[in-house]
Design a protein around this ligand. Structure first.
Ligand SMILES: [Zn+2]
Length: 483
């Protein structure tokens, strides 16, 4: 009887009969087979791939095989304080759900960038280990911690406040960041969490996140410096449109928004500088919250610290206009930064955000890497964004897939230097997807173990491994009954 651990220990896995995307941005093999042994890829062959004895065969007709997705900007998948606000940990059931969502969407490696949790807390409070390979980043600088305390900090204990970048890198953190966040820099988390909560505390009325964003931008402007804010008449109209009582005056709203949004902003910007310094010193990539209030700061840091490995997170942030997102990404890229876009809820969900900025950045050829971020838990799958990019004809499938595989491995070598491509000697993190829509994930292999089969996560027991041998996975599309 074939067992899952058996496959990892002694038996090859052969994926054959489908197309293969290597992850280097160029290579698409129309028909090829991938052989896995001992957790690594041992060969990619253009012939049919003869199984031989003791080989688990995955028939991949009608499918495309890709490297596992590497998501280097995610939240909510590790224990310990959550978000750059050092908020209380997520509930274990939430963490488990978020991990499962990522895994079933083809993510095999995930960097949790809440930033103030500790490297030894990845599984803190979570019942069982998870097949997803989860790592953390560190943002433990004085100003980043102070910014968290200024907005929330309720998840921070003495050991979090004592931690340093160096102690966390020594403990296994794979990158720096996230420097700043929507909580500390007047971004999305202010819209969906802090502003509605402050208004609800005052009035008993919960407003929509889009209304919160309009009010915030009316008071502070998109750069949080008041430069494109509005006058009191317009603000009063927005208060009425939000469903708040007529007695809620413009002056009171200005005070509420300013006292909710602004306290951590200067500290968070100072945290940017500290993290850029550490990045230059350690040669580690650092993820920065990129949005209108921080774009100028980030450009000046890229100039001041040319050795810093700056990753401009969610360069498609909704506080930018499409023109701004392209202009700032150009400037950052010229100064050596990696341009990351996040799916947020831009692709399918569209609760708060749309795809215009992402489309513009991809269209200008500016995007290096693709991640999800969190978007209040509404993030859309990375492969859905890749499917969108391919369908719009903006990039080849090979180039689009590289945004979330080979390119991420290059930008985050300490996290993923051993993976991100289907090539001999690389770690066998592999996803088998429907060829007409890569966001439909059929099988997932992590370090040579089949962890998702036919769309279902396999329980971590040997007996639960599908008993048939060889595995008969999808039949040829042409033999499917029509209907
Ligand atoms: Zn962010």
């Amino acid at each position: 009887m074939m067992t899952r651990s058996g496959a990892a220990r002694g038996h090859d896995i052969l994926i054959r009969g489908g197309s293969v995307i290597i992850g280097d941005g160029r290579s698409f093999l129309e028909r090829a087979s991938v052989r896995i042994r001992g957790g690594e890829v041992v060969s990619v062959e253009s012939d049919g791939g003869m199984p031989g004895d003791d080989v688990v065969v995955i028939e991949a007709q009608g499918c495309t095989t890709l490297p596992g997705i590497i998501n280097a900007h995610a939240h909510g998948c590790a224990g310990g304080p959550s978000m750059p606000s050092g908020s209380k940990p997520f509930a274990p059931t939430e963490i488990e759900y978020f991990r499962n969502r990522h895994l079933l969407a083809g993510t095999t490696t995930l960097l949790n960038v809440c930033g103030l949790s500790l490297a030894d807390e990845i599984n803190a409070g979570v019942a069982a280990s998870h097949p997803l390979d989860i790592h953390v980043a560190t943002a433990h600088t004085l100003s980043s911690l102070a910014a968290a305390m200024a907005i929330d900090g309720k998840g921070l204990k003495a050991r979090h406040r004592r931690a340093t970048i160096d102690s966390q890198v020594a403990a296994g953190a794979k990158a720096l960041g996230e420097a700043g966040g929507g909580q500390t820099l007047g971004g999305g988390a202010q819209d969906y969490r802090f502003i509605p909560a402050a208004i609800e505390a005052m009035t008993g009325i919960r407003i929509h996140p889009r209304a919160a964003r309009s009010l915030k931008e009316a008071v502070l402007g998109r750069y949080l410096d008041g430069s494109d804010g509005t006058d009191d008449d317009r603000l009063q109209a927005l208060i009425a449109e939000s469903g708040l009582p007529a007695g809620f005056g413009a002056g009171a709203m200005r005070r509420l928004i300013e006292s909710t949004v602004l306290p951590p902003v200067a500290l968070a910007r100072q945290g940017f500088r500290e993290i850029a310094e550490h990045s230059a010193r350690l040669g580690l990539p650092a993820l920065f919250h990129s949005a209108t209030p921080t774009a100028a700061t980030l450009i000046s840091l890229a100039e001041a610290f040319p050795k810093a490995r700056i990753v401009a997170g969610h360069s498609n942030h909704p506080m930018f206009t499409p023109e701004e997102s392209v202009r700032f990404a150009h400037k950052l890229k010229q100064r050596g930064a990696t341009i990351e876009v996040s799916t947020l809820d831009c692709i399918e969900t569209r609760f708060r955000n749309g795809p215009d900025n992402l489309d513009a950045l991809v269209g200008e050829g500016l995007v290096d890497t693709l991640a999800t971020d969190f978007a209040g838990g509404d993030w859309d799958p990375i492969l859905s964004a890749i499917h969108r990019i391919i369908r719009k004809g903006q990039l080849s499938s090979a180039a689009a897939v590289a945004l979330a595989t080979g390119n991420v491995a290059k930008a985050f070598p300490q996290l993923a230097g051993d993976r991100g491509m289907i090539a001999r000697g690389k770690r066998a993190d592999i996803v088998v997807c429907d060829e007409h829509n890569l966001s439909r994930v059929r099988h997932v292999i992590i370090k040579g173990r089949i962890v998702v089969f036919n769309g279902a996560i396999l329980p971590p027991t040997d007996q639960a491994f599908p008993g048939h041998f060889p595995l008969q996975a999808p039949v040829d599309r042409s033999s499917r009954p029509e209907g």
